[in-house]
Design a protein around this ligand. Structure first.
Ligand SMILES: *[C@@H]1O[C@H](CO)[C@@H](O)[C@H](O)[C@H]1NC(C)=O
Ligand SMILES: *[C@@H]1O[C@H](CO)[C@@H](O)[C@H](O)[C@H]1NC(C)=O
Length: 358
C-alpha cells in the first residue's frame, strides 16, 4: 500500500470536507444547490452545517447539534422527493444594495459614521432551515443568489468579466467570487481567524445586525436577531461565542526604525485595523468540530476593548484563543467597548468553519 506522506504530514485539517479550499486564493468551492420558494421563484444556496451527525459525515458538512435550538430564528422547507430539491422555503434576499462603510474620524475609526449592508434579507429570511417533512433535520443553508436563471449565472463559470461586474454584484452574495450552475459549484471568499490558538479559515455569510453585515460584507438577516444570546454552554443554546477586539495593534503602532519592508505589524488585529484597510480583524472563535463538542456556526459576538492602561503600558498583543482572551478580561486589561462589563454584544454572525491549521 502506498502511503501519501504529503497528505499525512499536512498540518491542514479540513473540516467542511464538502468544499475544496484554495489556500493561496483564500477561497472554498462548494456544491451549489437550487431551491424553490412557496411562490415558485427560485434561489441558489450552499450547505455548510447540519444538526444530523450522519448527514454531516455523509455530505462532508460540519456537525452542529446546537442548530436544533435556533427555532426562534429558523425557517422551514420541504424536500420534494421527486426532484430532490427543497421547496416551500420563505424569506428572500435583496442582492441589489451597494455596500458602503464610512469610517469615523481618526483616531477612533470604528463604529463607522454611515454604513449599508451589501444584501438584505426580508423579515422571514434565515440561513437556518428545518426540513418539515423529513426528520426535522436542521441545515445551515445560506442563500448565495436569488431568482435568476442558470443561463445568467453560467456567464460567471470562469470568473467575472469586467463589463458584467455590476450585474454580478447585484445578483449574488458579496463573498461569491465565481458561480456556475452548469458545474453545480460556487466559490466563496474565506475569512482568517483563530480558534484555541490554531489559525482557522471560515465562511462569513449573514448577520443579525446591519452594522456587522456592512462591516463584514455579508447579508443582513434580521430574523437571526430572534435567537437567544448568552449562555452558550447551557442547555438549548443555539450559539457559541466569538471574540473580537476593537482597538488591537495596527500597522501604525510599529515603532520607528522598523526594517524597510516590515510594514505590517506582526501583532495586528481588530476592528480599527480592519476598517483602515489593513486586513481581516482576525476574530477568535470558540468551539469548532474536532476540537470541541459545542460548535455552532451561529456566533454570539463578544466585542471587547483594550483599556487605556493596557494601551499606554504597551500590553496589547495578538489574541489567538478564547481562554487567552478571557484571561485578559479577568485581569482587567479588556472591557466592553464602553468600559463596562465584558460580554455579549447582542449580535449574531453566521460563520461556518471550513478548516483549521494543526
Ligand atoms: C424568476 O425567474 C424566472 C426564471 O428566470 C422568471 O421567469 C421570473 O419572471 C422571475 N420572477 C421574478 C419575480 O423576477
Ligand atoms: C525589500 O523589498 C524589496 C522590494 O520588494 C526587495 O527587493 C528586497 O529584497 C527586500 N528586502 C528584504 C530584506 O527582504
Amino acid at each position: 500500500m502506498r502511503v501519501h506522506w504529503a497528505r499525512r504530514l499536512s498540518p491542514l485539517v479540513a473540516l467542511l470536507t464538502a468544499g475544496v479550499v484554495d489556500e493561496d486564493a483564500g477561497t472554498v468551492t462548494l456544491p451549489l444547490y437550487y431551491g424553490s420558494y412557496a411562490d415558485g421563484e427560485g434561489h441558489y444556496y450552499v450547505l455548510s452545517d447540519t444538526s444530523d451527525e450522519g448527514n454531516a459525515k455523509g455530505l462532508g458538512l460540519n456537525p452542529s447539534a446546537k442548530l436544533q435550538y435556533a427555532v426562534a430564528g429558523e425557517t422551514t422547507a420541504r424536500l420534494d422527493g421527486t426532484r430532490n430539491i427543497l421547496v416551500g422555503r420563505v424569506g428572500k434576499v435583496d442582492f441589489t444594495p451597494v455596500r458602503q462603510v464610512v469610517p469615523a474620524a481618526e483616531p477612533v475609526p470604528f463604529p463607522p459614521t454611515s454604513f449599508t449592508p451589501p444584501q438584505v434579507g426580508d423579515e422571514d429570511y434565515s440561513p437556518i432551515v428545518r426540513l418539515a417533512n423529513v426528520g426535522q433535520t436542521v441545515y445551515n443553508a445560506p442563500i448565495v443568489a436569488g431568482n435568476v436563471s442558470d443561463a445568467f449565472l453560467n456567464r460567471f463559470c470562469d470568473g467575472v468579466p469586467d463589463h458584467l461586474r455590476e450585474a454580478f454584484e447585484a445578483a449574488v452574495h458579496s463573498k461569491v467570487v465565481r458561480i456556475c450552475p452548469r458545474d453545480t459549484t460556487v466559490t466563496l471568499e474565506l475569512t482568517p481567524g483563530f480558534s484555541f490558538a490554531k489559525p482557522v479559515l471560515y465562511m462569513s455569510m449573514d448577520s443579525s445586525a446591519a452594522l456587522a453585515a456592512a462591516f463584514e460584507d455579508i447579508t443582513h438577516a434580521p430574523a437571526l436577531a430572534r435567537i437567544q444570546l448568552g449562555g452558550d454552554d447551557s442547555a438549548f443554546s443555539a450559539v457559541e461565542r466569538l471574540f473580537a477586539i476593537v482597538n488591537g495593534l495596527g500597522n501604525g503602532d510599529l515603532p520607528p526604525g522598523a526594517p524597510l519592508n516590515a510594514t505590517t505589524h506582526p501583532g495586528r488585529q481588530g476592528f480599527f485595523s480592519a476598517i483602515r484597510g489593513e486586513g481581516s480583524p482576525l476574530n477568535i472563535l470558540g468551539g469548532i468540530p474536532s476540537v470541541a463538542t459545542d460548535y455552532s456556526p451561529l456566533w454570539d459576538v463578544n466585542l471587547g476593548r483594550w483599556t487605556d492602561y493596557a494601551v499606554a503600558a504597551n500590553l496589547r498583543h495578538r489574541l489567538v484563543g478564547e481562554f487567552l482572551y478571557l484571561g485578559q478580561v479577568a485581569r482587567g486589561y479588556i472591557t466592553a467597548p464602553d468600559g463596562g462589563a465584558f460580554g455579549s454584544s447582542g449580535i449574531i454572525v453566521n460563520c461556518p468553519i471550513v478548516q483549521r491549521f494543526l
